[in-house]
Structures are given as C-alpha cells and as structure tokens.
Design a protein. Sequence first.
Length: 57
Amino acid sequence: MDTETGMEEVYEPFRNASPEVQQIIKRVREAEKAKIDTTKPRYIIDELQKIIEEEIR
C-alpha cells in the first residue's frame, strides 16, 4: 500500500460522516492542536466533553 492510498483510507470515515460529526471532529482537532504546543496540557478532556455536549444539543 502506498502512502497516498493509506491516507485516503484514514480520511474516508471523516468524509463520510454526517455534517454534525464533521463539526465535532473539526472542533476537537482545533482544541487538541491548541494544547499540543503547551508543556503541560491541562483540562483537554473537559474541553472535549464540553464540545461534544454543545454539539449534541
């Protein structure tokens, strides 16, 4: 399997997800990206839970 084919397989579930799930994925990715550069990431679980709860409502 070449790299391009492998990446297509990785992204396929995201592309096929409903708009609501895609929005959750986008917000979670942004939150994680904001925390990745910190030396002591804190409260990421709480932040992810809040994102999911907001999107479900």
